[in-house]
Design a protein around this ligand. Structure first.
Ligand code: IPE
Ligand code: IPE
Ligand code: MG
Length: 239
């Protein structure tokens, strides 16, 4: 059963800014990468829980265009976690009916990771039980620049004829083409900012900020947040 808001709008798409891995590890006196590994375990658990919680689209923010500022050790460690996640989860995700996709600029990622990403996207392309999208080297502004360039090319090549470009035209040039807009964006770890995540797509999303650090975020935490969505009135500018 799909979840609905207080004014009966369906919740189709949940997006999560998974924050707090580093603090979770530091609080315990462990290296930050231990927190990232624990965070990846949480992703598996949340992915598995989504269909039963009534969530059909899940997008998670794994690495931003700004995260390259971190130490080489942390960046390389994260890339290794992404490669391993895809290698180890491929069979399970396929069997569970998960369609996996990626958004973000892939060009800066290493070739092996790019190949794994393309491979699992192709392998799971016919699945529909859960649409899982992972944002890697994703930045909303970077995405908008790349989308604008694509749209400019379409205009220059005469694809639009003599009509003016619409919101839909730009939307179709985004990495998320074909995704419904997120209805709910969750950020863990107590920070109340969006950090360049889905600025176009989440223009009318509901937001939930929780103090929970991502490695402590469980399916029960998600279920509580989804329950609160049922109390919201979305209005969309109406009355
Ligand atoms: C989120 O956790 C994961 C990534 C950004 C890759 P952080 O690594 O940002 O954890 P904190 O915010 O430093 O605790
Ligand atoms: C946002 O978290 C990016 C991801 C969760 C991948 P950050 O920890 O990088 O964001 P800031 O630095 O707090 O804005
Ligand atoms: Mg952080």
């Amino acid at each position: 059963m799909p979840i609905r808001s207080g004014d009966d709008q369906p919740l189709r798409h949940v997006a999560i800014i998974m924050d707090g891995n580093g603090r979770w590890a530091t609080e315990r006196g462990w290296p930050r990468l231990v927190g990232h590994r624990r965070g990846a375990e949480r992703v598996k658990q949340i992915v598995r829980a989504c269909p039963d919680l009534g969530v059909n689209w899940l997008t998670v923010y794994a690495f931003s265009t700004e995260n390259w500022k971190r130490s080489a050790e942390e960046v390389l460690g994260l890339m290794k976690i992404f490669r391993r996640y895809i290698e180890r989860e491929a069979d399970g995700l396929s069997a569970e009916g998960v369609r996996m996709r990626f958004i973000g600029d892939r060009e800066r990622l290493d070739q092996k990771l790019q190949d794994l990403m393309r491979g699992i996207e192709a392998r799971t392309a016919c699945n529909a039980r859960l649409n899982l999208t992972v944002a890697i080297n994703y930045g909303g502004r970077d995405e908008l620049v790349r989308a604008s360039a694509r749209l400019a090319q379409q205009i220059a090549s005469g694809q639009l004829g003599d009509r003016r470009p619409t919101e839909r035209d730009l939307q179709d040039c985004l990495d998320t083409a074909g995704h419904p807009d997120p209805d709910l964006v969750i950020r863990t770890s107590g920070e109340t900012r969006t950090s360049n995540f889905l600025p176009w797509q989440a223009a009318y999303a509901e937001y939930e900020f929780t103090q929970t650090l991502w490695p402590d975020f469980t399916p029960d935490t998600l279920a509580e947040i989804l329950d609160r969505f049922g109390l919201r009135k979305r209005r969309f500018g109406g009355v």
